[in-house]
Design a protein around this ligand. Sequence first.
Ligand code: SF4
Length: 352
Amino acid sequence: MKAAVEMDMFGCPNRCKHCWIGHGNNAHVSTKDFIWVAEQFKHYQRDGRQLFDGLMFSSWYREPEFSDNYRELWELSKQLSTTPPNRGEFELASIWRLARDPEYAPWLRSHYVNCVQVSLFGMERQTDYYTGRRGNFKDCMRAIEILLDVGIAPRIQIFPFKSNLADFEILENTLRELRLEERVKDIGREFTCFLNTISTTGEGFNLEEVRINRNELFGLPSYFLEKTLKNFKTESFEKLWPTEEELMPLLMEDDQPLNDNPPVISFQVRSDFNVYPNCGENAEWWRLGNLKDYGINAVMDTFLKHGNPGLRLNYSTPLKYLAAKHGDRHGDRLYDRTDLGHRWIRMEVMGK
Ligand code: SF4
């Protein structure tokens, strides 16, 4: 089995209202503890044989490179990993650091990073509100310039909510004034900009009130709509994000469980050494166990035997059971199927 092991060593400067991981504290995990965690997974055996034939370690899964010693942590992660990580594969980087640390963008470039995602929620007031940090919008604008200066393309992700729709025209003008299309082309890449829906896990579960419907989506400037279809390589928003009402007839007949299987299995180790699988969220009902208290054997037993409510609901409970109990036949909000399934899993474990 190949897997990633990600440790939340330092946390995140933001407190995004949609954060799928959830708001943990900003801890200070020592390098010694990170190495200890890596050793647990590297030496883990099942039936006398190594279970993992490839492991990739990371010192973050909230804000990338939030710690000042990010360079050493990157080198250490590479040394510990048995499948060498490639920084260039990620499109995530720290906007906070880009706006403050002049050495960071050149470092990213020297590690083959070609593109970095910048997430907006409208203009300044809305973006700062939804990311929980005053000054974040200004940091995003600054980061765009800094990235372009070193030859990295900014990739703009925007979340439309019922409460920020009025910002989209001015946001379009702002992006056009920045001439991103031309400037990204000048560095040999194609400019990507897209709308996105939010996950229903973590903090995102509490944002359902502002999740948009199709009329609201189609009221947005065609600039964003066209770029979104291109980004997701689809011709229809109906396919990309159906409404709950459209999904219900299919899911009411679906004997299969959700089976959310991310392309890379990842074990997320929180600063308190609790471990969570990336097919779920950092919540009690997905917890695999605590590495310090119970050890790697108990953690992996829970994972492999689907020994917590989240895993059982993901891998064993038919979707039609969850749909009948929690679905809304007249729901007009837009989802993707997996996000709706996760919403129902959470409603089921919370007894809603
Ligand atoms: S979504 Fe990302 S940037 Fe926002 S709070 Fe969560 S980890 Fe931090």
